[in-house]
Design a protein around this ligand. Structure first.
Ligand SMILES: *Cc1c(COP(=O)(O)O)cnc(C)c1O
Length: 374
């Protein structure tokens, strides 16, 4: 069986877990949490990175931080994961779903522009597959209109636009360390804070609404309830695993980019009558998060069944949010987002993990070409 995912987990992670027994701190805000946070700050060159239990938690924190209220609108891609929308709906906002580009599945700049209203409080972008959206243009627009910019960088650790890391452009960036992502600890996340005005409040929100951080740093004698908040922090158990992974993140990503490039080489074609592959534009440095093809002429499900016969596990991805029960109930669209529907219907994600071999990639690609009679 060629598995779709095969999460990295080695002796280094186990060693850190063993070390944890000596620290006598399995809760939060301990040795490993601090090391993970410092790693992200140093390597992504950002002001603050708060370690949390998931990217979902980080997104929920941003909704509290920007003081989302009922009737506020938050613009986001139609083609994204549920958490991007849910975080804001939980605080009473209306997500406004806009269309994506066909060639990179990222939110379309012109569609954002058209959707901004007096009620717009924030734009949330997703860098799909670790490939940067038009982040500089979007940032400029958000500055002009005085609305917040949040980057859901769940796929994008160490991806860059020019020389700047994804997640460090907006007011806030969110990372995921779920086992399906490049660098993982089973379940984890981080909130990157680029707008320093929000650092103090973010720490309070993360620590159940208390000023525990100031207490831990001996700045106050007692800690107490200060604001809305929740138990957003990552546990030391997860952070121990994550720190081992972060230390090898650059080599993991190097390997993944090699895999991506090999798929690209094998599936690149003179004519794309049967399927399309993603395009990487100038100045974009991705992290090899996933490789997908867009199957034409309604062939996706047939191809998926065909590959399954050869023990090749593949997956599709998001449903357009406006087509879901939650999306219909809570969200808003200005028009049907056709490209989001098209990508959702046609996408096929291929097996992608550190242990996949060249031979397996050759086999998978050959079977795809055989199916399409190339
Ligand atoms: C995986 C993912 C999330 C959720 O991440 P968790 O860490 O599992 O909460 C959010 N947004 C996007 C775009 C994702 O792919």
């Amino acid at each position: 069986m060629i598995f779709f995912n095969n999460p990295e987990f080695s002796k280094k992670e186990i060693d850190n877990l063993k070390f944890l027994t000596k620290t006598k701190n399995l809760g939060s805000n301990g040795y490993f949490t601090k090391n993970c946070s410092n790693w992200i700050k140093n390597n992504l060159k950002c002001r603050e990175a708060l370690m949390v239990h998931s990217c979902t938690a980080a997104l929920e924190m941003t909704a509290i931080l920007i003081n989302i209220k009922k009737y506020d609108e938050v613009i986001m891609p139609s083609y994204t994961f549920v958490s991007t929308a849910n975080a804001f709906v939980m605080r009473g906002a209306t997500p406004v779903f806009v269309d994506v580009n066909y060639d990179d599945a990222n939110i379309n700049f012109e569609e954002i522009k058209k959707s901004i209203s007096k009620k717009t409080k924030a734009v949330v972008v997703v860098h799909y597959a670790g490939i940067a959206c038009e982040i500089e243009k979007i940032k400029k627009l958000c500055n002009q209109k005085k609305i917040f910019l949040i980057e859901d960088a769940a796929h994008s650790i160490l991806s860059k636009k020019k020389n700047k890391f994804l997640g460090t452009f907006g007011d806030f960036g969110t990372l995921s360390f779920h086992e399906t992502k490049n660098v993982h600890c089973g379940h984890g996340g981080a909130l990157i804070i680029n707008n320093k005005k929000y650092i103090k409040l973010a720490r309070i929100i993360k620590d159940k609404g208390t000023d525990r951080h100031a207490f831990d740093h001996k700045k106050i004698k007692k800690y107490s309830w200060k604001s809305l908040g929740s138990s957003f922090a990552i546990s030391e158990v997860n952070a121990a695993i994550l720190y081992a992974q972060l230390k090898k993140a650059k080599s993991i990503i190097k390997k993944r980019i090699k895999i991506w490039n090999y798929y690209y080489k094998k599936l690149r074609k003179k004519n794309y009558n049967n399927y399309d592959i993603p395009t990487i534009k100038k100045n974009i440095f991705h992290n090899g998060h996933m490789f997908y093809i867009l199957c034409k002429k309604n062939s996706r499900n047939q191809l998926r069944t065909f590959l399954k016969k050869f023990n090749i596990e593949t997956h599709f991805h998001y449903l357009p949010l406006e087509s879901t029960v939650g999306g219909k109930k809570f969200g808003k669209i200005l028009k049907k987002n056709n490209k989001s529907f098209l990508i959702s219907k046609n996408i096929l994600r291929l097996p992608f993990h550190n242990k996949i071999t060249k031979k397996q990639i050759e086999f998978i690609s050959a079977k795809i070409l055989e199916f399409y009679k190339y």
